[in-house]
Design a protein around this ligand. Sequence first.
Ligand SMILES: [Zn+2]
Ligand SMILES: [Zn+2]
Length: 110
Amino acid sequence: MTTTARPTTLAAVLAAHGTQCGCEGACGKPHKSRRCKATDKPLPLHAGPYPPRVTDAQNAAVPTADLRPWCGPCWRAALLRELEHRALLRRTELDQAQLALFTPAALAAG
Ligand SMILES: [Zn+2]
Ligand SMILES: [Zn+2]
């Protein structure tokens, strides 16, 4: 699990957002009343940015005010979605960059 915050930070985040997972669906699962199921059966929570950033360094750089409580399953699922989204963007950018190599304009310029 990517835990970016120390216990004191977690305490501050729980005080600000309540002692429930603050996912609200970023994990890709619909949450009843926009709240995660961790409400019903308590799961250990940790503090993380919402939505998750793709690297540990980016997650660690997010200020405490922008953190939310996360349960483990929601965090992992939301992080995976973010990584997949980022990978898709990268592939699209790469495709477009490669297409430019084969446009007549690029051939004429080269
Ligand atoms: Zn969730
Ligand atoms: Zn959750």
